[in-house]
Design a protein around this ligand. Structure first.
Ligand code: T4K
Length: 399
């Protein structure tokens, strides 16, 4: 068939987007206000080590999440590591495999074995019904991940943790400013861990935080993130350097002032995707529960290859050819990455939903860098690719 005006790039047309449309473009706050904050901190000449901006950010995050303590950290991964250490986890900890690899690494880094649990394929979060069977005498805790900002079943996990005497921690890297059951995410389990990385809808360049209602735990994490120092010259713990610098807190404070705006933009984009992808056979847009507060940070679609006529990886290639850098988060699942693939070769056998979902998910661009017109174009690319699946497959086979 001859190329027409709106021909797919793979079938001979030019890329639909001249510049790359990325997943994870940072949302930036008001630049003048940010530069003002930068100037203030330079004038103060206090750059890190628990400066006033970090204190202010911690207070505002604690208020927003409705918890007693927020401990700001240099990134989400170190925040996870420190929370795990402060909780005294050892031996084995149950985690979903369908998550960013940092969740597993934070355990393995400390010689703790991540025991991978399957997910509920509807929600993509850990399936509590499968947790109990994974508990052994070596299990010390459970880490639930609020994947894509959708709260996992905290009540069911809490009940298991309580019954079996396990510590419960949440990786809330995606779930800042979200609620579960109407309550802000941040106060469940012993602690919850946020990421404020540049790719998150709210960022501090790099950064993260642990929120908790546990006074002793908060105190311990403050010690650990500062080398274990309890005052000048007095070290009482093995610590590390997990501190957030002032410039990151400045970014965070300005971002907090724009939080509603960031969420409104993401929500508008999600609605545009929902409208423009409607009715596509074999494609499912993971819904947000509108009865909760969401940050709408991740636009997640699942491709059923049988019904869609294209495999996920084929559609990703179509999008890349059009300059849309869609991502296959979190393929192939932690259990299929090193060192876990070699260490726990049997893990895949108990993770059928993880394997199926990881093979089907595409994350699409959103945030302030994307508008409804671009979304309409992007969705029409998907529509055309599915309409002409046979030709697309042939074109891909020829490359
Ligand atoms: N737990 C979970 C569930 C997580 O998802 C994460 C992090 C963590 C824990 C750990 O938190 P952190 O230690 O990171 O605070 C990105 C992020 O680096 C990572 O923070 C995030 N999850 C993960 C889901 O995504 P990559 O490897 O995909 O990053 P990269 O460099 O490919 O960037 C993604 C896209 O963003 C690119 O298309 C380009 C764009 N981008 C990125 C940056 C940094 C920009 O446009 N500007 C930028 O400044 O991991």
């Amino acid at each position: 068939m001859k190329a027409h005006k709106a021909e797919l790039a793979l079938l001979g047309g030019p890329p639909a987007f001249r510049t790359m449309l990325h997943v994870g473009r940072p949302n930036l706050p008001d630049r003048a206000r940010l530069l003002e904050r930068f100037n203030d901190l330079l004038d103060r000449n206090w750059l890190t080590n628990n400066g006033p901006l970090v204190g202010e950010l911690e207070q505002r995050v604690a208020e927003l999440t409705g918890v007693k303590h927020c401990v700001a950290m240099c990134n989400g991964t170190v925040a996870l590591e420190i929370a795990i250490r402060a909780l005294g986890l050892t031996g084995e900890v149950i985690v979903p495999s369908f998550t960013f690899v940092a969740t597993a690494h934070a355990l393995q880094w400390q010689q703790i074995t991540p025991v991978f649990c399957d997910i509920n394929p509807e929600t993509h979060t850990i399936d509590p019904a499968q947790v109990e069977a994974l508990i052994t005498p070596h299990t010390s805790g459970i880490i639930g991940v609020h994947l894509w900002g959708r709260g996992c079943d905290t009540e069911a996990l809490q009940a298991i943790a309580h019954r079996r005497g396990l510590a419960l921690l949440f990786d809330a890297a995606h779930a800042f400013a979200c609620t579960r059951g109407g309550k802000p995410i941040g106060g469940a389990g012993r602690a919850e861990v946020f990421s404020f990385h540049a790719t998150k809808f709210f960022n501090t360049f790099e950064g993260g935080a642990v929120t908790t209602n546990d006074d002793a735990l908060a105190e311990k994490m403050r010690l650990i993130k500062n080398f274990g120092f309890a005052g000048y010259d007095n070290v009482v713990e093995i610590g590390t350097n997990g501190k957030m610098p002032e410039i990151c807190a400045a970014m965070g404070l300005c971002g907090l002032d724009c939080l509603d705006e960031f969420i409104a933009t993401n929500r508008r984009n999600y609605a545009a995707y929902a409208r423009d992808l409607q009715g596509l056979r074999g494609l499912r847009l993971l819904p947000y529960d509108e009865s909760e507060k969401n940050n709408y940070q991740y636009i997640v679609v699942e491709i059923d290859p049988g019904a869609a006529g294209l495999r996920r990886d084929e559609l990703v290639k179509v999008l890349h050819a059009e300059n849309v850098l869609a991502r296959r988060y979190f393929w192939p699942g932690c259990h299929r990455m090193e060192p876990y693939r070699s260490l726990y070769q049997q893990a895949g056998r108990v993770l059928p939903a993880t394997d199926r979902v990881a093979d089907r998910v595409i994350v699409l661009p959103t945030g302030a860098a994307v508008g409804p017109e671009q979304i309409a174009t992007l969705c029409s690319i998907i529509r055309r690719a599915l309409d002409r699946a046979g030709e697309v497959r042939e074109a891909l086979a020829a490359t």
